[in-house]
Every structure is written in C-alpha cells, then in structure tokens.
Write a protein that binds this ligand. Structure first.
Ligand SMILES: O=C(O)CCC(=O)C(=O)O
Ligand SMILES: [Fe+2]
Length: 184
C-alpha cells in the first residue's frame, strides 16, 4: 500500500458489463478498476514476455487493476497490466462482471506525484489532462500503448566518469513486479 494521499479528484462511474463475449487486449486508462465477476473465467493478463495467464474467476473476490493514470501518478512504479477477456467455451454460462472504473476528472492534470519521487528522479511523463489522454486514446486502437504520446525520453545512462558521483546520479524506479492479489 502506498502511504500517500492522492491529491486528485476521482470520477466514480460504475459500469456493469453483462454477458459480453470477449474483450481485446488493452490496459485500462483510468486510475484503478475494481472488478467482480461470476464463476465464468475468461479474464487473462499478459506477462512481460507476452504469455497470457488466466485469472481464476472467484465471485467472492475483487480483482483490482492498475490503470494507465496510476502508472503515471507513480512514475512507473505501478504498471497498468495488459489484459483481455476470451469468450467462454460453448455451453458455458456467459461471463458477467461488474467493474468500477475510478478515473480522473476531465480537467485534472496527471503527472507523477511529487510525494513519491526520489530526489533527482526524472519524470517519465509530461503533464497532461485526462481530457488530453482521452483525445489521444480516441485516435488510437484499443490495444495500442496509449501512454506513448506522453512519455519523456528516459534519462541517459551515466558515463563511467559520472558513475562515482552518487549524489548526482538519477535513479529510475525499478519496474514493479506483477501481482495478482486477492481482495476478500
Ligand atoms: O469483463 C471483464 O472481466 C474485464 C473487462 C475489461 O477488461 C474492461 O472492460 O476493461
Ligand atoms: Fe479492462
């Protein structure tokens, strides 16, 4: 758990999805998605090597997904994982899921939270508003990497002569490991 208060307003739009057959690979754009489904599986998440891992359906658990906006707010510490829904096999119950998408308000500026940044840490993203993100997203396809237009070039590797100047070194956050946590 990150011990900071997120100083942004969140739109609360619960979305009930019924019996949809499948969803193509994508990341959720918002800050956080909280999902509850029936006993029909189909949800899968992508590992960095491209393999797909099924998320076991459990009507007594919540599946919490990091969205693109939270990836930016944490300067890449939390990653918005790519996921998809594959259609249930013939004769299986349709998959039902109820998803709460917590997204920023349209005028909200999205940028890494200063409270989370280490001294000298470079922002991996330029500031943008949720409205700007949505405008860019509408021009892209669902599976595209939709943070691309907002990414800043990564900090340059220190040269060998800089390497001993610890206080000036820029430390990029280590990529967060993938977790599928159950919330009861
Ligand atoms: O229905 C599901 O289980 C997931 C759907 C989804 O990923 C989405 O609507 O963003
Ligand atoms: Fe999704």
């Amino acid at each position: 758990m990150v011990g900071v208060t997120v100083p942004i307003s969140v739109d609360t739009i619960p979305l009930v999805k019924c019996a949809h057959a499948a969803a193509a690979a994508h990341t959720d754009p918002q800050i956080i998605s909280v999902l509850r489904s029936n006993r029909t599986g189909g949800l899968q998440i992508a590992l960095p090597d491209g393999r797909w891992v099924p998320v076991a359906p459990d009507p007594d658990s919540l599946f919490v997904n990091v969205g693109d906006s939270l990836q930016v707010l944490t300067n890449g510490r939390f990653r918005s994982v790519k996921h998809r829904v594959v259609a249930p096999a013939e004769g299986q119950q349709p998959r039902l899921s109820v998803i709460y998408f917590g997204g920023p308000a349209p005028t909200q500026r999205i940028a890494p939270l200063p409270e989370l940044m280490r001294e000298g840490e470079q922002s991996l993203y330029r500031d943008f508003t949720w409205a700007e993100y949505k405008k860019a997203a509408y021009k892209s396809r669902l599976g595209d990497h939709r943070l691309g237009p907002f990414e800043l070039p990564a900090a340059e590797e220190p040269t060998s002569s800089d390497k001993h100047c610890g206080s000036n070194a820029v430390q990029l956050p280590a990529p967060a490991p993938l977790h599928v946590a159950r919330v009861h």
